[in-house]
Design a protein around this ligand. Structure first.
Ligand code: CTP
Length: 425
């Protein structure tokens, strides 16, 4: 396999109607920095021709070790040991049963036994077959062996019945595959397996930059017990912080409430409310060369915070008066010192590009990363994201397809570097 792509995926296709969905999975993986090679069961070839996968991957598609034109005499070993993930889409009850029992009577089942890579299985089958005790027993067995599953969903099946057994959406399967790839590459990094394989660890292309990044949500107190907040997890901001630090930058994060921990290597300043975040940013700002507003800062806070717990009364309604908080990003931009690059985020549910454009202009940003949080695989608590990057005085729209937040962080940083060269060379 080539070394130009970040991840190598072995895609196993078994024989069911949903086999055609494996083509979409393949395309989406390719768009997300994955090199994919395909193995099919004999029955899968009744549904989709190996030629389709061969044309899309430009690689031989394995069905049978003993085929005369098979270019590799021990293909199931070589295939299985050069992949970062074995992904089965769709998985029939039969292939699941073979995996669960260690049966290796064809290329795909032999590959499963010969592989050390994580395995993700996306089953699709008739509801009765799915619910059968034998299938469920095999699935439980595989789960206890450490195999991951993307459970099938309920819906109308090819056999015209309605029930559980429909292949999960392609986007969700790919999102889970990417998540596993990121996790397993992280654990490889932790166990010190060849860090230098990834060019980004070698290139210190952000050396000399000092990043100041706001991350997470804020909490605006109503009384000593309650607050107003939002769903921000901090994952995107931390991914940027981690990647920038690995690429040589000094990084300080001003961190609100998050559901994940900050990377060890970066300086963390804690802030609970929008006002605390504002003050912390203003204090750290003079040292920064790049400001990234990745936090979901409350736009309004209760005007009067009660000193005591607000008690329930006989009234059916309670009115809270809210006042505006300071816009941290806009203030940073307004007071920017020479050389400071200012990057904002725009998380939207509708009219994404036009809102993002207006934020770019109103807040005088160099760049805005726009997210449609209604899309599958994008949004606050997800490990993946989808974005469009817009830049100041430019009609360029950089589309970043579904990928892990770590991979997206690197794409965003690539654009920061381009901006640096363009605006303040
Ligand atoms: N932001 C900020 N301070 C605020 C509000 C927002 O720094 N008080 C930053 C965010 O970190 C993000 C950008 O501004 O980088 C856009 O935030 P968003 O909540 O999407 O937009 P708002 O300007 O608050 O507008 P609206 O909520 O109406 O979409």
């Amino acid at each position: 396999m080539s070394e130009t792509k970040k991840y190598r995926v072995g895609l196993g296709v078994s024989g069911g109607i949903a086999a055609y969905k494996a083509i979409e999975v393949l395309r989406l993986l390719q768009k997300n920095d994955c090199e994919v090679r395909v193995a099919m069961t004999k029955h899968a070839t009744e549904f989709v021709q190996p030629l389709t996968f061969r044309a899309l991957t430009e690689s031989y598609v394995f069905v049978d070790d003993y085929e005369p034109e098979n270019p590799d005499p021990i293909a199931h070993i070589n295939f299985s040991q050069t992949i970062d993930l074995l992904l089965i889409v769709p998985a029939t009850a039969n292939i699941i049963a073979k995996f669960a029992n260690g049966i290796a009577d064809d290329f795909l089942s032999s590959t499963y036994l010969a592989s050390n890579a994580p395995v993700l299985i996306a089953p699709a089958m008739n509801t009765t077959m799915w619910e059968h005790t034998a299938s469920q027993r095999n699935i439980d067995k595989l789960k206890s062996d450490g195999v991951f599953f993307v459970a099938p969903v309920a819906g109308e099946l090819a056999c015209r019945t309605v029930g559980t057994g429909k292949l999960e959406d392609v986007e969700n399967i790919v999102a889970q595959a990417l998540q596993l790839l990121v996790q397993s590459s992280k654990s490889k990094v932790q166990s010190q397996i060849d860090l230098t394989q990834d060019s980004r660890f070698k290139t210190q292309d952000l050396k000399g930059e000092s990043f100041l990044i706001t991350i997470g949500g804020t909490r605006e107190a109503i009384d000593p017990i309650r607050f107003i907040s939002n769903h921000s997890s901090g994952k995107m901001g931390f991914a940027i912080a981690d990647a920038a630090q690995k690429r040589g930058a000094d990084v300080t994060v001003v961190c609100g409430t998050t559901s994940v921990k900050p990377p060890n290597s970066v300086k963390v300043v804690r802030a609970v409310s929008a006002e605390e975040m504002f003050q912390a940013v203003m204090k750290e700002l003079p040292n920064a060369t790049v400001f990234v507003g990745a936090a979901a800062v409350a736009d309004y806070r209760p005007k009067n915070v009660s000193d005591a717990k607000i008690k329930k009364t006989n009234q059916d309604f309670l009115t809270l008066e809210l006042e505006k908080t300071s816009d941290i990003l806009a203030t940073v931009s307004k007071n920017r010192h020479n050389g400071l690059l200012v990057v904002g985020f725009a998380a939207e549910t509708n009219d994404v590009i036009s809102y993002a454009k207006s934020k770019l202009e109103k807040k005088n940003l160099d760049m805005v990363v726009a997210n449609d949080i209604t899309l599958n695989g994008a949004g606050f608590d997800s490990d993946t994201n989808i974005a469009t990057i817009l830049k100041r005085r430019s009609d360029e729209k950089i589309e970043i397809p579904l990928m892990s937040k770590q991979a997206m962080a690197d794409k965003i940083l690539d654009e920061v570097i381009k901006l640096r060269k363009k605006i303040y060379p």
